[in-house]
Design a protein around this ligand. Sequence first.
Ligand code: NAP
Length: 340
Amino acid sequence: MPLSSTLTRIVLAARPQGEPTADNFRLEQVPMPSPGEGQVLLRNHYLSLDPYMRGRMNAGRSYAKPVEIGEVMDGGTVSEVIESRHPDLTPGDMVLAHGGWQTHAIADGRALKRKLDAGIAPLTTALGVYGMPGFTAYVGLHEIGKPQPGETVVVAAASGPVGATVGQIARLQGARTVGIAGGERKRAYLQDELGFDVVLDHRAPDFAAQLRAACPQGIDVYFENVGGAVFDAVLPLLNDFARIPVCGLVAHYNDRALPAGPDRLPMLLSHILTRHLTVRGFIQHDFIQLYPQFLREMGGWLQEGRIKYREDQVDGLENAPAALIGLLKGENFGKVVVKL
Ligand code: NAP
């Protein structure tokens, strides 16, 4: 197929105030770039949508540089090399890239994360269970949560790619798993198809009482993906020496200010002290040395059908903004992948 003279992309048009809106994004067409020495031109086939993208839309200090106004939105992609000026890459290679919200991208050949092999798992899993979110679940448990057989592991956002993988790995390690998700469809999937021991809906008015009843031996590992009311319900149930990998706080990503109410910081610190808690924030990249081990172990689990996953596919780049806005509110059901 002859190469088009333009590519389509979505840039950050304005920084959101609270929840993002369609006006924060702009769809544009720009001339197709050519690869320089050592570079490749990629055709992006699938774009990953992830909660971290909301953080990139803000100015200010974080663990990664913000997207500037007018810049292409950041994002992981499954991409095909269509032109190469790098000796190890040839047209037709499928690679995991950071191609962003656009149909084509230029990448430095050395920066491409890995060539993909559809024989191990479908290519889109490189954006989910067999990629960054799955790796996040793996290292958060391996390095911080360290669940032991018979212990109780609680995880929220449990139907997403991180939470669903956390629950299934913890179960493989002999732990009792309590998942938290929004709505009956997600609850039934986690319990019936993924084998969580108990699944609760965080929107239930008596959610805190339900969680207490579901954890009669207390909580040994709380894999923190959300914060908010879920963490409030978890805190009193934490056992001595419980571990809390702090992975994400999606309930707060659209916050514009601290919530009103009494200062609960002394109570939190007192729990950390008197219950000997380990609370450790992490970004998956902190443990990048475990990536080859993750690929081996997760590849085996996927091929043996011991870890399952679910994707929520969106068609067309133009629908990415609405899908990201929905993801932050729980409208997705599984890993969100945009087919470009
Ligand atoms: P995801 O679960 O597919 O999407 C986020 C989910 O959060 C929504 O589907 C929604 O599910 C839930 N949620 C939103 N608001 C909530 C609230 N107020 N209370 C409870 N649940 C709420 O996302 P993911 O990609 O697997 O990521 C999960 C978390 O891991 C995010 O916090 C993300 O930022 C974090 N993360 C961190 C790293 C790292 O390196 N530290 C890497 C990847 C991801 P429900 O319908 O169930 O409410």
